[in-house]
Design a protein around this ligand. Structure first.
Ligand SMILES: [Zn+2]
Length: 339
């Protein structure tokens, strides 16, 4: 089968890889219908994470091709969505809603879903079948549920977004934009998007942002305070993962407020004394997307939300290298790869 391999930073190739086969009775193999390039794939692409001939990709939707003997919740031919973390969905951590930290977790990046097929460990716990075969125009939104929508949704839940709340969103990538959509769906009264890109501001407004703040860092924090009677937002979504974005999120939150942080942390160190006196709640980490998948799939199926709009470039799998370049150069927010 064809699949994406990152040889080294900046060196992405599509080549023949071995088609996966069932190795355990709890596995499934799916034929990928669509996959995509994640903002987090840019960390190794830019040399911030080590990479050496690694298969790439952890987002996927597809059709079940083969199931192991113990798989009962999905069958061959089902259209399925799964999280970027495979989980059993039965251990205590899963049952508490933290499937991304399942005691048997398997990161899907290990298999590389930017390919024609993927192995899915813990198929019963990981995969959720859609109510039927989706119309083609629903596939981008279902694919978004696999990571960026589920992650933005978790960030909003972790930030305790709800009716009457003012929400600020740090980061205007796909996750930040879908955090805005989640905040709207969860009933936020006011949603402040922090963005300085006109096209992303437009999508932010379409997803529900009521205000745009272009300033960053201390100036951005000052603008949030101006908009909130000097108090800061009730809920802040952090969707970048840098020292600057994390401190911006904490400082833009009012005492007693909540930060939901989902940007993959890179060299972030929190100053204890400032954290102590901030009085904010911090909650985040790798999003337990599986917790939200049934609800998100239904919202998409009923055409109540359209998160697939974050994909602004669609390319065939064979052109994945161009997709990485486009995201690296910020010519694209998120790239969908057709298979
Ligand atoms: Zn588990």
């Amino acid at each position: 089968m064809r699949g994406v391999v990152m040889y080294a930073p900046g060196d992405v190739r599509v080549e023949d890889r071995e088609k996966p086969t069932i190795t355990r009775p709890t596995d499934a193999v799916i034929r990928i219908a669509a996959t995509c390039i994640c903002g987090s794939d840019l960390w190794p692409y830019r040399g911030a994470n080590e990479v050496d001939h690694d298969p790439m990709g952890h987002e996927y939707v597809g059709i079940v091709e083969e199931i192991g003997a113990d798989v009962t919740t999905v069958k061959v031919g089902d259209f399925v969505v799964g999280s970027f973390m495979a989980s059993d969905n039965t251990c205590e951590i899963c049952q508490a809603g933290y499937q991304s930290r399942c005691v048997h977790v398997v990161p899907m990046g290990a298999f590389g879903t930017q390919a024609e097929y993927s192995l899915i460990p813990h198929a019963d716990g990981t995969l959720v079948a859609t109510p039927g075969q989706p119309d083609a125009d629903l596939i981008p939104s279902l694919l978004a549920a696999s990571d960026v929508l589920g992650t933005g949704w978790f960030a909003a839940v972790a930030a305790e977004v709800g009716p009457g709340k003012t929400v600020a969103v740090v980061g205007d990538g796909a996750v930040g934009l879908l955090g805005i959509l989640a905040a709207r769906e969860l009933g936020a009264e006011r949603i402040i998007a922090m963005s300085r890109h006109a096209d992303r501001q437009a999508l932010a407004r379409e997803f529900g942002a009521t205000d745009i703040v272009e300033e960053r860092g201390d100036e951005g924090v000052a603008r949030i305070k101006e908009l909130t009677n000097g108090l800061g937002a009730h809920s802040v979504i952090e969707a970048v993962g840098t020292q600057e974005s994390m401190m911006q999120a904490i400082r833009a939150t009012r005492p007693g407020g909540h930060v939901g942080y989902v940007g993959v942390s890179h060299d972030v160190a929190l100053p204890g004394e400032e954290l102590f006196f901030s009085g904010v709640h911090l909650h985040g980490g790798p999003a337990p997307v599986r917790r939200f998948l049934p609800e998100l799939i239904q919202l998409i199926w009923d055409r109540k939300i359209d998160p697939g709009k974050v994909f602004d470039l669609t390319l065939p799998l064979e052109d994945a290298a161009e997709g990485y370049r486009a995201m690296d150069e910020r010519r694209a927010t998120k790239v969908l790869l057709t298979v």
